[in-house]
Design a protein around this ligand. Sequence first.
Ligand SMILES: [Fe+2]
Length: 205
Amino acid sequence: MSTTRRQIFCAGIAISTTSLINASMASILTPKTTAGPFYPNMEIPEIDADLTRIAGRAGTALGDIVDLSGRLLNQNGVPVKNGRIEIWQCDVNGRYRHTSERSNETIDRNFQGFGFTNTSSLGEYYFRTIKPIAYPGRAPHIHFKVLLPDRGKLVTQLYIENDKRNKSDSLYNRLTEEQIARSVTRFEPSTDGLFKAKYDLVIQQ
Ligand SMILES: [Fe+2]
């Protein structure tokens, strides 16, 4: 085989292997996990997709501000439109918006703690929030709930990829390697001063 033909042949193998990995990963569903004890039950002055600002307040949430976006897909990679996506997470001081929470830390009144949006015709969603925070017993995470009319729901948690605190988180440690790949993403600083994070959710449909 000539060098050129060998290179093309080898490139073909590389492409097919990559495609196979992508194809097999594409069908891995986002794992279902517990909602935890702190799904918000307190009145929140404003509920929208920007958790870092509250109408009528001049301040901005403390923490690293993140543009968090992604798509809602089914197991075949087809976008799922009109899905309701909720997120909730603690503020920079580890406080949730829940009456059963016991903490002496100050609540960041400029952080919503909860938000929702609906996926577009391309299955896309977008939130502005803060980079997730660790609190006693838990690695940094953001809770997600996906609600589809008449088709049930998915509750899951998103972690920071390669965060050293993940290994000591009991919920994270219950995940398989494939499920971890579906439950983590990078939070990378950007030139506009915000962090960017991409996270696709894959549901059975
Ligand atoms: Fe939590």
